[in-house]
Design a binder for this molecule. Sequence first.
Ligand code: PLP
Length: 369
Amino acid sequence: MSVRNAIRFTHPLLPPLDKLQNTLKDVWQEAWLTNRGRQHDLLEVALKGELRCKNISLFCNGTMALLLGLRALRLQGEVITTPFTFPATVHAIQWAGLTPVFCDIDHKTLGLDPRRLEEAITENTSAILGLHAFGIPCDVEGLEAIARKHSLKLIFDAAHAFGTEINRSPIGNYGDMTMFSFHATKLFHTAEGGALTYRDENLTSELRLLQNFGILKEDRVTLPGLNGKMNEIQAALGLCVLEVLQEEVKKRESIAALYLSKLSETPGITCVRPGPGVTSSHQYFPIRIDSKARHSRDEIFHRMQEKEIHARRYFHPLCSRADCYSDLASASPGNLPEASIAAQEILCLPYHGALSEMDVDRVCSMLTA
Ligand SMILES: *Cc1c(COP(=O)(O)O)cnc(C)c1O
């Protein structure tokens, strides 16, 4: 089958080129390309409104945001996290000089299971880093209760959860800190980019130091900071993407409705949806293919590949299976039964506004046949 008939897994949201050109004209006029320019500050204000958060800092990418956020919280020792995530979550812990400890997830939320969390806490634990997998919130209240009880910091990777709300409460306002990724594959993006939202406003100055080489003023460097700044081109693109975001969300809503109606009666296939009161981030459309299905997840995935229908087996293999983490005691599959099942059963279907109804039909026919 020709590439023309390929169905892409994702498609970056591209604002009208002339809009971007107009914004870039302003950047050229200012002749200021990075280090907190006008576009950066405009995007910061816009995102504060969009995410309804008190404090926000922008970064060159989400991974750097998370790494510097962990540093700003001055954590030590062990950080409990989920194996069912993108490697960046765990890498950030490692790069911050901390030890990742894997804890199993909950079958429904696909996030850290509060019932399994306490057994992972030791005297060296300083924080919990959870993921809102596919934009589905983890049990934020359950995790907050345990963090409070043991005086641990609570951080969330919300790379998939831009715009998610729980009973109208924005996702970035749970825990101590939340990371958002603005990578091109994310619904809202700046090509590459990221942000942190956080409860303690005193962190703002620390994060600024950490993202700009630790330079406090011209003649004073106070800490070994990195280069984590968002530049003006990224911010300009982000401002233009914000303008077309709602249109894309509407398209994704109708695609989700098509998938839901076409797949509702298929034995062994469940659409994984956020619970009641949760606003979806429309980042991914995950389904679970269990043992009652006619074919296994991997069989379906490979048959789709042959037809150039590009789905993704997120998050297979689990981060605990990575060469750099598989020796950790907490990485043993016996410790992570639900995560291991999820990694075998979940398939994310193509999901973006450029899909036609015919595309959706073609995807579904691979699942229902
Ligand atoms: C995309 C993603 C990241 C990394 O973000 P970047 O902006 O690409 O650095 C981290 N965690 C998860 C779960 C992601 O999906």
